[in-house]
Design a protein around this ligand. Sequence first.
Ligand code: NAD
Ligand code: AKB
Length: 300
Amino acid sequence: MDHILVTGSLGQLGSELVPALQVKYGRIGVIATDNHPPAGDDYPGQFHLLDVLNKAAIQETIEKYQITQIYHLAAILSANAEKNPALAWRINMDGLLNVLEIAREAGISKVFWPSSIAVFGPDSPKTHTPQNTLMNPNTIYGITKVAGEKLCAYYNEKFDMDIRSLRYPGLVGYKSLPGGGTTDYAVEIYHQAARSGSFTCPLAENTALPMMYMPDAVRATLELMAADKKSLCVKTSYNLAGISFAPKEIYAAIVRHCPDFMIAYSPDFRQQIAASWPDSIDDSAAQKDWNGKWRTISKG
Ligand code: NAD
Ligand code: AKB
């Protein structure tokens, strides 16, 4: 029987991925962890406090729960990373190295680690950005994701491990709040429309970015992890595409339902980050290798 460890499980992605993993592996089979406790007393499943910078604690948790797969989600996202690059490097890189080393030593069969569209930079093609192209990010978050991809590929090849990864676009869902990224506005705008009727957007109105509906991202993750290893040719991380839109398009969609909703554009440091990322992504390698059909909800 598989026992799944999820790090950073209380974040935007973990809040929706853990319930999906529980459906597949049962509540007893999924150990959700984070470096702070869940809000409230009744976490729906097994929860364990775990800081990914504490290698001994990861090792103990893996032994205690006889873990066979790891979903390593703990990270500092792009906007927060720019505010504290040294901390972002430590959590994103040392945390990943700890997990990979322990997985190698413990013979863990599979590891999932998320990358991001942030691996691309100002000199990458802007539209339908291909799987393999120039990747020179100018954010610390993007640098940790490129380095993380290379580290995963190294462990895959050197130690014959099975580490799988997706370059998620900005994730948009209604069940969990984002945690310090550049694409967060695409979730926050809905909450502000409902709460206050107005929103100040940190990006310029025409800044198109690749985005994905959270249930599609969760499904893509489970499908990638279930795919036959022999068919997976990309050892770094797969491009993944949903939809692309700019702030003015979400605004227009919300105004159709809330005619009094107001928006002001006040681009801040996040505009520069967004401007360095693609408008849209080519994910044909993922479609070819594991036949993902994850875009039905985003496109529907
Ligand atoms: P998030 O910021 O919402 O959650 C990250 C979680 O990691 C938080 O709960 C935080 O408490 C935890 N964490 C931070 N430091 C830790 C530490 N030292 N030890 C243990 N836990 C720690 O982020 P998310 O949106 O859930 O992202 C999850 C993963 O997916 C990250 O690797 C992120 O880079 C990637 N990703 C997310 C998006 C997105 O739009 N949400 C897009 C691309 C990639
Ligand atoms: C962020 O904006 O930092 C994330 C991402 C695209 O990686 N949502």
